[in-house]
Design a protein around this ligand. Structure first.
Ligand code: FE2
Length: 202
């Protein structure tokens, strides 16, 4: 059985950029529902598996119901870690900035490209910054619905933004772009991005 992970900050910590109501609904309703649904779907086959094992197993066996709920649990766990109310987390450190400038020309261009990917994800899904182990480069990708880069062993997720409507509709009604501007300028936890990158050879 899996449990809903507590948030790494208080429910009102991201206000006014992300309201207390949005965070409460997102975490205690949407995220919790994925955890509950996943637990109902688990069988003896899943005994002893980590969440990532469950996702990879469901992906390989095309078990859509388990995959969707398990991947949404993982994606949300990861998303919350990508957010911070602490001003010092909102800018990348020198190493990360150097890699961003190498692979996206400039920090500003990186933000433009990330916003473009997130805006053009048709319907529900996620925008990601990943580290590709194949060519050792940073890349921006988007995934639909519950899809997640961890099903590709060559991709290391570094940062994600939830672009399901429940992530922004209360604070930015029908304005995904406005939400993305706030996400990119006031919410990203670049310390978490660097931490994810530090586990790999650059
Ligand atoms: Fe969400």
């Amino acid at each position: 059985m899996f449990k809903l992970k507590p948030l790494p900050f208080s429910y009102d910590a991201l206000s006014p950029h992300m309201s207390k109501d949005t965070v409460i609904y997102h975490h205690t309703k949407h995220h919790q529902t994925y955890v509950d649904n996943l637990n109902k779907l688990l069988t003896k086959d899943h005994e002893g598996m980590s969440l990532i094992d469950v996702i990879k197993h469901a992906h390989q066996t095309k078990d859509t119901a388990v995959f969707n709920n398990a991947a949404q649990v993982y994606n949300h766990d990861f998303f919350w870690m990508c957010l911070s109310h602490n001003e010092k987390d909102h800018t990348p450190n020198d190493t990360l900035l150097m890699l961003i400038e190498r692979d996206f020309e400039s920090f500003s261009h990186f933000k433009t490209k990330f916003k473009e990917a997130a805006l053009t994800q048709f319907g529900s899904g996620w925008a990601w910054l990943v580290y590709c182990l194949n060519d050792k480069k940073l890349k921006i990708i988007k995934t639909g619905n519950a899809d997640t880069p961890i099903t590709d062993d060559h991709m290391v997720p570094l940062l994600t933004c939830d672009v399901w409507e429940h992530a922004y509709y209360v604070d930015y009604p029908a304005q995904r772009g406005a939400f993305l501007d706030v996400f990119l300028n006031h919410l990203i936890n670049y310390s978490f991005v660097s931490e994810n990158l530090s586990k790999h050879d650059l």
